[in-house]
Design a protein around this ligand. Structure first.
Ligand SMILES: Cc1ncc(COP(=O)(O)O)c(C=O)c1O
Length: 400
């Protein structure tokens, strides 16, 4: 069948492709340690599940307002006030089926043919294709490892053209684990205001920060920025609720109203009982989040130490999220038997086949010399996986 042109320009998600490969091996009875996961390995807490069960029993099973129930919007407004020092009205907030859906809706209501959208690289896999699906052009800004993959004022200014409409920021970042301090964000403000850019600030990993790092919302750092920024967040990562599909966006009223209209003609409301669960999460889930973050911190230190002990691998200490992002360029000129590695994809395949560990190749994130290794996996499995990776690296020979 002849498909629409816009579909031919996009790729299936690389992280999902990797889990398909890992699953295929598992069905053959091969035990694979999965470092590909982009979700906490914890179960949703019982208090949150109970809120959904109660809602179900009470018959809260009908359509809701397309942009989310009032009670959840109020909990989101309260969250922004409490955690981010941001004041929004309920009509400046919209609830969607996951943060991914919030981001897609934003691309729908903001972008069109001729628009350029700035995306610092390495980036989360879905940003470029969401931009393309809405006829606009992603423009990548290469950040430097020595700057901890953070966008600087000069790098940003150099890529702005008269067609630049928006910048997508992600802090803490998937895949790099980098996060911007208030000062690093402030450095970008002048250019953004002068060029009247819209900022989409994806803050889905907000609570996952370590070593006393303080997350600051981009919308909160300058009064004028709040009118140019749409903050995207959700309950997926913070409360181990990836399957419930609740995300949200907050920003200028016209943008939020437009998203509600799009949702009213596309998805309608996010699942009614999941919305009730999200209220419980936002109002009472912080202790659970703190427990998870403390556990991830331990794993983070361990995995980064192990990676840096491997010859040919170097890994920055991530400030946030739950990914290690080692540089493996030095492994690319080694070979296994007569097999050379043309790309980091080949290397990831080698690790899957030989070490039976699933890691994501950086190509999909615009980082061809890196691997993304999620530490949302129990520590004993991380230990075993790192042993296997170290062994597999030992088997490689230098190419001459
Ligand atoms: C950077 C980033 N933004 C957004 C999302 C989407 O989250 P959700 O599950 O709420 O759609 C993810 C999930 O992997 C992510 O890593």
């Amino acid at each position: 069948m002849k498909l629409a042109q816009r579909v031919s320009s996009i790729q299936p998600s690389a992280t999902l492709a990797l889990s398909a490969k890992a699953k295929a091996l598992k069905t053959q009875g091969i035990e694979v340690i999965d470092f590909g996961l982009g979700e906490p390995d914890f179960d949703t807490p019982d208090e949150i599940k109970n809120a959904a069960i109660e809602a179900l029993r009470a018959g809260f099973t009908k359509y809701t307002a397309p942009g989310g129930i009032d009670e959840l919007k109020a909990a989101i407004v309260e969250k922004f006030r409490r955690d981010n020092n941001l004041q929004y009205e309920k009509n400046q907030v919209v609830v969607s089926c996951g943060a991914k859906h919030s981001l897609y809706n934003l691309a729908q209501v903001l972008f069109e043919r001729g628009d350029e959208v700035l995306i610092p690289a390495p980036y989360w896999v879905s940003y470029p294709d969401q931009v393309r699906l809405n006829d606009a052009m992603p423009v990548f800004i290469e950040t430097r490892e020595e700057d901890h993959f953070l966008l600087t004022r000069d790098l940003l200014a150099a890529r702005i053209t008269p067609r630049t409409k928006a910048l997508i920021l992600n802090s803490p970042s998937n895949p790099t684990g980098s996060a911007y301090t208030q000062k690093q964000l402030e450095e970008l403000v002048d250019v953004i205001l002068e060029k009247r850019l819209i900022v989409i600030s994806d803050e889905i990993y907000e609570p996952f920060v370590y070593d006393g790092f303080k997350h600051v919302s981009f919308a909160a750092i300058h009064p004028e920025l709040k009118n140019r920024t749409i903050v995207v967040n959700g309950v997926s990562k913070s409360y181990a609720m990836t399957g419930w599909r609740i995300g949200y966006a907050a920003g200028p009223r016209d943008v939020i109203t437009a998203i509600e209209t799009v949702q009213s003609q596309s998805t309608s409301n996010p699942t009614s009982i999941a919305q009730k669960a999200a209220v419980a999460a936002l109002r009472g889930g912080s202790r659970f989040t703190e427990m998870m973050v403390a556990e991830f911190d331990q794993r983070r230190r361990y995995i980064v130490k192990r990676l840096n002990e491997m010859p040919g691998v170097s890994c920055l200490m991530p400030r946030g999220a739950f990914y290690a992002f080692p540089n493996v360029m030095a492994l690319m000129n080694r070979r296994w038997k007569d097999r050379a590695f043309k790309s980091v994809n080949d290397l990831a395949d080698y690790f899957l086949e030989e070490a039976r560990i699933a890691v994501v190749a950086g190509d999909a994130f615009g980082a061809p010399g890196h691997l993304r290794i999620s530490y949302a996996t129990a520590l004993p499995l991380i230990e075993k996986g790192m042993d296997r990776m170290a062994e597999a690296i030992k088997k490689l020979k230098e190419t001459h």
